[in-house]
Design a protein around this ligand. Structure first.
Ligand code: XLS
Ligand code: CA
Ligand code: CA
Length: 447
């Protein structure tokens, strides 16, 4: 059922052809079972709803290294002694991968694409060279940039943070890096720009002035916003919450913390949130909870789609395969009106033990199918109206009589008391959770 013959480069993944939709009966691990880019769901194609992106860092920079041992993945694009040649080869490998897989977008950090130089200017030149090449690849393949970002956490200079570093000299370096990464994002037509506060946090209050650090953070983001707008960046700035790791406590703890911060500093007109599933669970929340908090605030920007491991408490960045999570996540997304400028970026990596080149494709194929399935079921549930009806009826006391007056702000506390006095003991209404859970399962079993 393959509709396309792959005519691009076959250099780095010679065994793999264009991944095609083969449908649910297919046993081919390198084919989609649910994701059919052009299938229309509601008023958009699957491709337009889901706006899938491949991430550059895990896919082409990570090598399976962990704190106990070196990498297990060998990358043919990394085999010279010259870091710039390797970066150019990596770019070719990346675009070959995106084109064969069929993710219409990608995301990158400055240092994923181009190596750090020995000075600020050398780093900027390296990035500029690679961005020109990436622009060319984007033109020839039609693949677009979902978001760019700066890596402000790997270099040892950032050990105490970047924008929240106690040393202004380090903050200035972070500023230079963000300026160059914004230039790169604009040059590549990026639709968003992400700040993940990797080391923006602290380890000990004994040596940390949290108030100064948070004020500096807001000042830094304001400067970045102003510069971005000045150079013509029309997209969305995004903050990606994460409660911990690498720092003990990170300032962008979770969605509600970030929303409060953005509002406090009047940044909510330009910034939204990028929700990562694994960060949600690290914060003790569910993926859909974090999405819902953003949706309620009108600040749902984009998604880093992955999963953690329920048995251990760290950021395992596994490919998302939980179809139940995908349904519940997509329910929030669709009810919020979709992802807008954002997309679903697979911030996920194959396991250290997954050493075949095809594993990276297989991980993405499963993840794309998971969300395509989530989209299908969520859309059927919304069309059916059963969940909306249940929710509306649960809150109906606020759309009539005294409840409505309360919602409109026209009741005083004394009036509330007077009403309670006459109304008698409230009747108990069932929350019907089990029934609603069973409805979701029934829709899933039928899909
Ligand atoms: C790390 C983060 C990071 C951001 C981009 O945990 O997920 O990869 O998405 O800097
Ligand atoms: Ca992420
Ligand atoms: Ca992560």
């Amino acid at each position: 059922m393959s509709r396309e013959v792959f005519t691009g480069d076959h250099t780095y993944f010679p065994e793999i052809n264009k991944i095609a939709y083969e449908g649910i009966e297919s046993d081919n691990p390198l084919a989609f079972k649910h994701y059919d880019a052009q299938t229309v769901i509601g008023n958009k194609t699957m491709e337009e709803h889901l706006r899938f992106a491949t991430c550059y860092w895990h896919s082409f920079c990570g090598n399976g290294a962990d704190p106990f041992g070196p990498g297990t993945h060998t990358h043919p694009w990394n085999n010279t002694n010259d870091s710039m040649s390797n970066a150019k080869n990596k770019l070719d490998a990346a675009f070959e991968f995106f084109s064969k897989l069929g993710t219409p977008y990608y995301c990158f950090h400055d240092r994923d694409m181009a190596p750090e130089g020995s000075s600020v200017s050398e780093s900027e030149n390296n990035l500029h060279t690679l961005v020109e090449l990436a622009r060319e690849r984007q033109r020839s393949t039609g693949i677009k940039l979902l978001w760019g970002t700066a890596n402000l956490f790997s270099h040892p200079r950032y050990m105490n943070g970047a924008a929240t570093n106690p040393n202004f000299e380090v903050l200035a370096h972070a500023g230079a890096q963000v300026k160059a990464a914004l230039d790169a994002t604009v040059a590549l037509g990026g639709e968003n720009y992400v700040f993940w506060g990797g080391r923006e946090g602290y380890t000990s209050l004994l040596n940390t002035n949290t108030q100064q650090e948070l004020d500096n953070f807001a000042q830094f983001l304001t400067m970045a916003r102003d510069y971005g707008r000045k150079i013509g960046f029309k997209g969305c700035f995004l903050i990606e919450p994460k409660p911990m790791e690498p720092m003990k406590h990170q300032y962008d703890f979770d969605a509600q913390t970030v929303i409060g911060f953005l509002r406090q500093h009047k940044l909510d007109g330009d910034f939204k949130l990028n929700i990562e599933a694994n960060h949600a669970t690290l914060a003790g929340h569910s993926f859909e909870h974090e999405l819902q908090m953003c949706a309620d605030a009108g600040l749902l920007g984009s998604i880093d789609a992955n999963r953690g491991d329920p048995q251990n408490g760290w950021d395992t960045d596994q490919f998302p395969v939980d179809i139940y999570d995908a349904v519940r996540g997509m329910l929030v997304v669709l009810e919020a009106g979709g992802l807008g400028n954002g997309g679903l970026n697979f911030d996920a990596k194959v396991r250290r033990e997954s050493t075949d080149a095809e594993d990276l494709f297989i991980g993405h194929v499963g993840a794309m199918d998971t969300f395509a399935y989530g989209l299908k079921v969520a859309s059927q549930l919304i069309d059916n109206g059963v969940l909306t009806k249940a929710k509306t009826s649960r809150y109906q006391s606020f759309s009539q009589g005294q409840g409505q007056k309360f919602s409109e702000g026209s009741l005083s506390l004394e009036q509330l008391q007077a009403y309670a006095q006459t109304a008698g003991e409230p009747k108990a209404y069932s929350g019907k959770q089990e029934s609603l859970e069973n409805i979701i399962n029934n829709f899933m079993l039928r899909a």
